[in-house]
Design a protein around this ligand. Structure first.
Ligand code: ADP
Ligand code: S3P
Ligand code: MG
Length: 396
């Protein structure tokens, strides 16, 4: 089988090789290229085809010999196949990918005023889908366009918001292109970014109980259709959900929270070992960063300083993927830490009876009754976690 490639300017963040490995047994390479290198790269016969990403989805149109009706109508190509006679045919599988994403998130755009942030190749596809699915109005916000971030207040009545810009994408985690508080009529939010799994925009929407989704389902659904072209065979739609589950389970961080001394560090190491993952302990990062033990930091610099460094270390760990992360028991004391943990994390609450909790080396556990600490924190542990593990059985 021929090999295939992903062409883009910067590809370090891409999940595409992982996703394509779920759909077929072919080589799939990352091909970072400058614009002037595109033509020569497309001519390389060892590649049976390509996916195209930022910023070349429009550029490659003129380099294809044939273009599918959908890709031509949108003005954007994300899949190229080399036919037997060497001709390059361009397709757009993002179109079906975006439809899949809207359906999976149960976001109905019919009759809605939709705001699309960004005007690149992905935006063109989104605009076409929204129009085809009956949006009542589509407004494009771009930095230099007629509708821009200076006069965005004209469109504060938008009902659906779709982000196609890279604002909030790794490594720029935590940023958002708009303030959702301004959009009182908002009924749904779609962010095409898939790393982090939940951007600030998506987390803000979820905090308002609005339907919201990141872009992973679109990425996987478009890859499935591209893979059908690559292999010239049908792949069932249910394979999309399987691949999404596998990608999530391989990339999301497992993050342990719970009372001090409950066994987060102990179990975290064990889980990481069993899963073959890297283990990170936020307390250890703090100790290394400060060159002091935790009791020393509390004594010399105070708790608020400790919490500041704790948040910085948490940010560094949680923008990464595929880790097991043990936090300190007080991580839930700062609301700011919630989004940091949730962006890429499955959160596990480690529970252990209070009378079994180790208090050595834990200044706060020694300075207040544990039942009072538990009262203060238990609602947060419950709200922040996706599930819990009981750690009351004695281990070796
Ligand atoms: N199930 C268990 N059985 C026996 N010892 C445990 C168990 N869970 C935790 N411990 C011990 O309790 C202490 C605190 O555990 P640790 O993992 O450091 O907690 P945390 O990181 O949540 O503060 C450690 O000495 C650990 O070995
Ligand atoms: O609960 C807390 O406020 C703390 C818990 C400790 O971590 P462990 O939960 O690993 O003991 C450590 O971060 C610090 O002593 C503060
Ligand atoms: Mg610990």
């Amino acid at each position: 089988m021929k090999k295939f490639g992903l062409i883009g300017e910067k590809l370090g963040h891409s999940y595409s090789p992982l996703i394509h490995s779920k759909f077929g047994d072919y080589e799939y390479e990352l091909c970072e290229a400058k614009e002037e290198e595109l033509e020569a790269l497309l001519k390389k016969e060892e590649y049976g085809g390509f996916n195209i990403t930022i910023p070349y989805k429009k550029t490659v149109l003129k380099l294809c010999d044939e273009i599918s009706d959908t890709a031509r109508a949108i003005g954007s190509v994300n899949t190229i196949i080399r036919s037997e006679d060497g001709k390059l045919k361009g397709y757009n599988t993002d179109y079906d990918g975006f439809i899949y994403l809207l359906k999976a998130a149960k976001i109905d755009v019919k009759g809605m005023k939709c705001m699309v942030l960004g005007s690149g190749g992905a935006s063109l596809t989104v605009q076409t889908v929204l129009a085809d699915m009956g949006a009542s109005e589509i407004v494009i916000i771009s930095r230099k366009g007629e509708n821009n971030y200076e006069n965005i207040n004209r469109h504060f009545d938008s009902e659906i918001i779709v982000n196609t810009t890279p604002v909030g994408m790794y490594p720029g985690n935590g940023r958002t292109p708009v303030n959702l508080d301004d959009f009182k009529n908002c009924r749904g939010v779609v962010d095409l970014i898939y790393n982090p799994n939940k951007t600030k925009l998506v987390l803000d929407a979820m905090a308002k109980s609005l339907p919201a989704t990141g872009g992973l389902a679109m990425l996987v659904a478009q890859a499935k259709e591209s893979s059908e072209f690559f292999q010239n065979k049908k792949i069932e739609d249910e394979e999309i959900e399987n691949a999404i589950d596998e990608v999530r389970s391989e990339t999301l961080n497992a993050i342990l929270i719970g009372m001090p001394g409950a066994g987060k560090t102990l179990l975290g190491k064990e889980i990481a070992d069993r899963m073959g993952r890297e283990f990170v302990d936020i307390d250890d990062m703090i100790v290394e960063h400060e060159g002091m033990s935790i009791p020393e930091i509390f004594e010399k610099k105070g708790e608020s300083y400790f919490r500041k460094v704790e948040t910085e270390m948490l940010e560094q760990a949680c923008v990464k993927t595929g880790l097991v992360i043990a936090t300190g028991g007080g991580i839930v004391k700062k609301k700011l830490n919630y989004n940091i943990i949730k962006q890429n994390g499955v959160v596990i609450w480690i529970k252990r009876d209070l009378d079994k909790l180790e208090t050595d080396g834990r200044p706060l556990s020694q300075s207040m009754p544990l039942d009072q600490m538990y009262e203060e924190r238990k609602d947060a542990y419950s709200y922040w976690s996706d599930f819990f593990i009981n750690n009351n059985e004695e281990r070796e």
